[in-house]
Design a protein around this ligand. Structure first.
Ligand SMILES: [Zn+2]
Length: 235
Protein backbone atom coordinates (compact mmCIF):
# COMPACT_ATOMS: atom_id res chain seq x y z
CA UNK A 1 0.00 0.00 0.00
CA UNK A 2 1.11 3.53 -0.72
CA UNK A 3 1.20 6.09 2.09
CA UNK A 4 -2.32 7.27 1.23
CA UNK A 5 -3.69 3.73 1.49
CA UNK A 6 -4.13 3.27 -2.27
CA UNK A 7 -2.74 0.09 -3.86
CA UNK A 8 0.80 0.53 -5.15
CA UNK A 9 1.04 -0.43 -8.79
CA UNK A 10 4.07 -1.63 -10.70
CA UNK A 11 4.68 -1.83 -14.41
CA UNK A 12 7.03 -4.78 -14.85
CA UNK A 13 8.59 -5.24 -18.27
CA UNK A 14 10.62 -8.15 -19.54
CA UNK A 15 13.36 -8.33 -22.16
CA UNK A 16 15.42 -11.10 -23.67
CA UNK A 17 18.48 -10.77 -25.89
CA UNK A 18 19.14 -7.09 -26.69
CA UNK A 19 22.48 -7.48 -28.50
CA UNK A 20 22.68 -5.66 -31.84
CA UNK A 21 23.86 -8.90 -33.40
CA UNK A 22 21.81 -11.56 -31.65
CA UNK A 23 23.23 -14.30 -29.49
CA UNK A 24 19.69 -15.74 -29.55
CA UNK A 25 19.22 -18.76 -31.77
CA UNK A 26 16.24 -20.54 -33.33
CA UNK A 27 12.97 -19.87 -31.49
CA UNK A 28 14.76 -17.44 -29.18
CA UNK A 29 14.98 -14.97 -32.06
CA UNK A 30 11.24 -14.27 -31.77
CA UNK A 31 11.99 -12.35 -28.56
CA UNK A 32 15.15 -10.60 -29.73
CA UNK A 33 14.98 -6.79 -29.79
CA UNK A 34 18.27 -4.98 -30.44
CA UNK A 35 19.03 -2.43 -27.75
CA UNK A 36 18.96 0.41 -30.30
CA UNK A 37 15.21 -0.37 -30.60
CA UNK A 38 14.58 -1.28 -26.96
CA UNK A 39 16.24 1.83 -25.50
CA UNK A 40 13.72 4.41 -26.79
CA UNK A 41 10.89 2.20 -25.50
CA UNK A 42 12.51 1.95 -22.07
CA UNK A 43 13.19 5.69 -21.97
CA UNK A 44 9.55 6.41 -22.89
CA UNK A 45 8.37 4.09 -20.10
CA UNK A 46 10.64 5.81 -17.57
CA UNK A 47 9.10 9.16 -18.54
CA UNK A 48 5.52 7.85 -18.49
CA UNK A 49 5.89 6.12 -15.12
CA UNK A 50 7.35 9.29 -13.67
CA UNK A 51 4.07 10.96 -14.62
CA UNK A 52 1.73 8.20 -13.47
CA UNK A 53 3.53 7.36 -10.22
CA UNK A 54 3.55 3.68 -11.16
CA UNK A 55 6.82 1.95 -10.23
CA UNK A 56 8.66 0.78 -13.35
CA UNK A 57 10.60 -2.47 -12.96
CA UNK A 58 12.91 -3.88 -15.61
CA UNK A 59 13.56 -7.60 -15.91
CA UNK A 60 15.40 -9.73 -18.42
CA UNK A 61 15.22 -13.47 -19.01
CA UNK A 62 17.47 -16.27 -20.18
CA UNK A 63 20.86 -14.86 -19.14
CA UNK A 64 22.06 -13.35 -22.39
CA UNK A 65 25.40 -11.57 -22.29
CA UNK A 66 23.62 -8.38 -23.43
CA UNK A 67 22.05 -8.17 -19.94
CA UNK A 68 25.48 -7.17 -18.72
CA UNK A 69 26.85 -5.40 -21.79
CA UNK A 70 23.85 -3.32 -22.89
CA UNK A 71 21.04 -3.28 -20.34
CA UNK A 72 23.05 -2.86 -17.14
CA UNK A 73 24.90 0.31 -18.25
CA UNK A 74 21.53 1.83 -19.22
CA UNK A 75 20.08 0.95 -15.80
CA UNK A 76 23.08 2.35 -13.94
CA UNK A 77 22.96 5.60 -15.96
CA UNK A 78 19.40 6.14 -14.78
CA UNK A 79 19.90 5.07 -11.18
CA UNK A 80 17.72 1.99 -11.72
CA UNK A 81 18.17 -1.64 -10.84
CA UNK A 82 17.02 -4.65 -12.82
CA UNK A 83 16.17 -8.27 -12.15
CA UNK A 84 17.82 -10.97 -14.24
CA UNK A 85 16.19 -14.39 -14.45
CA UNK A 86 18.88 -16.86 -15.42
CA UNK A 87 18.51 -20.58 -16.25
CA UNK A 88 21.43 -22.08 -14.32
CA UNK A 89 22.59 -24.48 -17.04
CA UNK A 90 22.97 -21.56 -19.49
CA UNK A 91 25.61 -19.88 -17.32
CA UNK A 92 29.06 -19.67 -18.95
CA UNK A 93 27.75 -20.76 -22.35
CA UNK A 94 28.76 -18.74 -25.39
CA UNK A 95 26.71 -15.53 -25.65
CA UNK A 96 25.44 -15.93 -22.08
CA UNK A 97 26.33 -14.51 -18.69
CA UNK A 98 29.23 -16.06 -16.84
CA UNK A 99 29.30 -16.85 -13.13
CA UNK A 100 31.55 -13.84 -12.58
CA UNK A 101 29.12 -11.62 -14.56
CA UNK A 102 26.39 -12.69 -12.13
CA UNK A 103 28.52 -11.78 -9.13
CA UNK A 104 29.31 -8.41 -10.67
CA UNK A 105 25.64 -7.71 -11.41
CA UNK A 106 24.86 -8.36 -7.76
CA UNK A 107 27.70 -6.08 -6.65
CA UNK A 108 26.15 -3.34 -8.84
CA UNK A 109 22.85 -3.69 -6.97
CA UNK A 110 21.03 -5.88 -9.49
CA UNK A 111 18.80 -8.79 -8.50
CA UNK A 112 19.14 -12.33 -9.79
CA UNK A 113 16.10 -14.60 -10.03
CA UNK A 114 15.41 -18.27 -10.67
CA UNK A 115 14.38 -19.34 -14.18
CA UNK A 116 14.93 -23.06 -13.70
CA UNK A 117 17.97 -25.10 -14.58
CA UNK A 118 17.18 -26.36 -18.07
CA UNK A 119 14.68 -23.71 -19.27
CA UNK A 120 11.70 -26.02 -19.71
CA UNK A 121 7.96 -25.42 -19.36
CA UNK A 122 7.09 -26.33 -15.77
CA UNK A 123 3.36 -26.59 -16.46
CA UNK A 124 3.79 -29.57 -18.78
CA UNK A 125 6.34 -31.59 -16.76
CA UNK A 126 5.87 -34.39 -14.22
CA UNK A 127 5.79 -32.94 -10.69
CA UNK A 128 9.07 -34.45 -9.51
CA UNK A 129 10.99 -33.26 -12.57
CA UNK A 130 9.58 -29.76 -12.24
CA UNK A 131 10.47 -29.59 -8.53
CA UNK A 132 14.01 -30.75 -9.29
CA UNK A 133 14.43 -28.16 -12.06
CA UNK A 134 13.42 -25.40 -9.62
CA UNK A 135 15.66 -26.77 -6.85
CA UNK A 136 18.71 -27.12 -9.11
CA UNK A 137 18.21 -23.70 -10.73
CA UNK A 138 17.91 -21.98 -7.38
CA UNK A 139 20.75 -23.83 -5.64
CA UNK A 140 23.19 -23.10 -8.48
CA UNK A 141 22.43 -19.36 -8.44
CA UNK A 142 22.65 -19.17 -4.64
CA UNK A 143 25.98 -20.94 -4.71
CA UNK A 144 27.38 -18.55 -7.34
CA UNK A 145 26.22 -15.28 -5.79
CA UNK A 146 26.42 -16.38 -2.16
CA UNK A 147 23.01 -15.20 -1.09
CA UNK A 148 19.39 -16.33 -1.03
CA UNK A 149 17.39 -16.04 -4.28
CA UNK A 150 13.67 -15.59 -3.70
CA UNK A 151 12.28 -14.33 -7.00
CA UNK A 152 11.31 -16.63 -9.84
CA UNK A 153 10.11 -16.21 -13.44
CA UNK A 154 8.21 -18.97 -15.21
CA UNK A 155 10.06 -20.36 -18.26
CA UNK A 156 7.86 -19.75 -21.33
CA UNK A 157 5.35 -18.19 -18.90
CA UNK A 158 3.98 -21.68 -18.29
CA UNK A 159 2.06 -22.19 -15.06
CA UNK A 160 -0.89 -23.88 -13.44
CA UNK A 161 -2.14 -24.20 -9.88
CA UNK A 162 0.32 -27.01 -9.10
CA UNK A 163 3.29 -24.91 -10.27
CA UNK A 164 2.18 -21.87 -8.28
CA UNK A 165 1.45 -23.89 -5.12
CA UNK A 166 4.92 -25.42 -5.24
CA UNK A 167 6.68 -22.09 -5.79
CA UNK A 168 4.74 -20.48 -2.93
CA UNK A 169 5.56 -23.45 -0.68
CA UNK A 170 9.24 -23.05 -1.58
CA UNK A 171 9.09 -19.51 -0.19
CA UNK A 172 9.43 -17.45 -3.35
CA UNK A 173 8.36 -13.88 -2.61
CA UNK A 174 7.64 -12.98 -6.24
CA UNK A 175 6.49 -15.16 -9.14
CA UNK A 176 6.82 -13.39 -12.49
CA UNK A 177 4.53 -14.50 -15.31
CA UNK A 178 4.45 -13.45 -18.96
CA UNK A 179 0.84 -12.23 -18.78
CA UNK A 180 0.21 -8.58 -19.50
CA UNK A 181 -1.06 -5.97 -17.07
CA UNK A 182 -0.01 -3.87 -14.10
CA UNK A 183 1.19 -5.66 -10.98
CA UNK A 184 0.35 -4.88 -7.38
CA UNK A 185 3.30 -4.51 -5.00
CA UNK A 186 1.51 -6.51 -2.33
CA UNK A 187 0.62 -9.49 -4.55
CA UNK A 188 3.32 -12.10 -5.19
CA UNK A 189 2.03 -13.22 -8.61
CA UNK A 190 3.36 -10.58 -11.01
CA UNK A 191 1.95 -9.85 -14.45
CA UNK A 192 4.87 -8.99 -16.72
CA UNK A 193 4.89 -7.28 -20.08
CA UNK A 194 7.36 -8.65 -22.56
CA UNK A 195 9.03 -6.14 -24.87
CA UNK A 196 9.30 -8.16 -28.05
CA UNK A 197 8.39 -7.75 -31.72
CA UNK A 198 4.64 -7.22 -32.08
CA UNK A 199 4.11 -6.26 -28.42
CA UNK A 200 5.91 -2.93 -28.11
CA UNK A 201 2.87 -0.67 -28.68
CA UNK A 202 0.82 -2.59 -26.10
CA UNK A 203 3.55 -2.17 -23.49
CA UNK A 204 3.92 1.52 -24.28
CA UNK A 205 0.15 1.98 -23.94
CA UNK A 206 0.26 0.37 -20.50
CA UNK A 207 2.81 3.00 -19.56
CA UNK A 208 -0.01 5.58 -19.50
CA UNK A 209 -2.06 3.68 -16.91
CA UNK A 210 -2.04 4.89 -13.33
CA UNK A 211 -3.65 1.73 -12.03
CA UNK A 212 -7.18 1.62 -10.72
CA UNK A 213 -9.74 -0.76 -9.32
CA UNK A 214 -9.91 -2.75 -12.57
CA UNK A 215 -6.14 -3.33 -12.60
CA UNK A 216 -6.23 -4.37 -8.95
CA UNK A 217 -9.19 -6.66 -9.60
CA UNK A 218 -7.32 -8.36 -12.45
CA UNK A 219 -4.40 -9.15 -10.12
CA UNK A 220 -6.61 -10.35 -7.28
CA UNK A 221 -9.03 -12.33 -9.42
CA UNK A 222 -6.19 -14.18 -11.05
CA UNK A 223 -4.84 -15.13 -7.65
CA UNK A 224 -8.26 -16.16 -6.42
CA UNK A 225 -9.01 -18.21 -9.50
CA UNK A 226 -5.69 -20.01 -9.22
CA UNK A 227 -6.21 -20.73 -5.53
CA UNK A 228 -9.66 -22.07 -6.22
CA UNK A 229 -8.48 -24.42 -8.96
CA UNK A 230 -5.76 -25.60 -6.64
CA UNK A 231 -8.22 -26.41 -3.84
CA UNK A 232 -10.48 -28.25 -6.25
CA UNK A 233 -7.53 -30.29 -7.51
CA UNK A 234 -6.64 -31.34 -3.96
CA UNK A 235 -10.17 -32.31 -2.93
ZN1 LIG B 1 12.98 -17.88 -20.55
Amino acid sequence: MAADGAPRFELIVGLHDVAERPDARGDELSSWVPFSEAEPVLDALVARCRQTGVRLRITSDDGFRSDYERLTPWLLDRGLTGTFFVPSRFIDRSGRLSASDLRELVSLGMDIGVHGARHVNWATMPAAEFAEDVREGRAALEQIIGRAVDMVALPFGGFNARVLDHLVAEGFSEIHTSRSGLALSAVALKPRNMIKPGNVEAVLALGHRRGGWSDAARCRLRRLATGLKSRIARS
